[in-house]
Write a protein that binds this ligand. Sequence first.
Ligand SMILES: [Zn+2]
Length: 326
Amino acid sequence: MKLYNSLSRSIEDFEPYSPKEVTMYTCGPTVYNYAHIGNLRTYIHEDILEKTLMFLGYDVRRVMNITDVGHLESDADDGEDKMLIGALREKKTVWEVAAYYTDAFFMDFEKLNIKKPNVIAKATDYIDAYIAFIKGLEEKGYTYLANGNVYFDISKFKDYTKLSKLDLETLKIAHRDDVEEDAHKKNPHDFVLWFTKSKFENQAMKWTSPWGVGYPGWHIECSVIALNNLGEQLDIHCGGVDHIPIHHTNEIAQTESFTGKSWTKYWWHAEFLVEESGKMSKSSGEFLTVSLLESKGFDPLSYRYYVLNSHYRKQLAFSFENLEMV
Ligand SMILES: [Zn+2]
């Protein structure tokens, strides 16, 4: 089998670390709202990848995280906490919101005939493991404490841009007027491993740690959940293409700093779903969900069929006219 590897930006022969087994990690949803069908497109493609590997005789072990803590509006540690946004919107606790949208997410999986991963790991179940991981990084000198938060110092990891291929000198972190650069970071690309001093006074999810009461950063959960369930070296890591410059880049930096080993062999990224008309969701306020497809008379499998006929590395233009009734 050949696979396009985002790390090398080329098609490579697929040779897992172990000849018969494949370990596969899939970044999961932040469960504060229904899944958009654009996100579900990524999971459909990942499903096809897993089933193809199984068809070829590999024993696949696949893990997915469920983000129920720590994911802010911006992947670069800015904005409000997404779970808190969901809780305030629905006048529920963050725990209730997480439980409700996790169930909704897997209902979508069923409707789209997506196989559930072998391991589904809630971020909040791994708090002790994050603390142990951060302590490990701290001992090796990769972290610093500023404004109460624990940051990862990217200047200590020599190959920070090996996946993103970005030039950090010219990349501007504060590209939006409403996103303020964190003045406590030594480098604008340093990222939070553990939040304690938080502007989110209403944060309901918090735990004691050696650095004070707080909660984990978002990027750490995928590294720790993958290490705990799939070992120190991983064959395939999947996710949306938007995760390349920050989330996956940070995952690599902290994981390889922790283990001292090369981590993921194949990075696999699915492209965006774009709206063909460019106005559908904005003008009508419609949020593109599986339920919306059903309310318009489409079987969700119509959407799966449509996605399967697209190339995962190309943007896919969506309009209801493109769907066939199946
Ligand atoms: Zn992830």
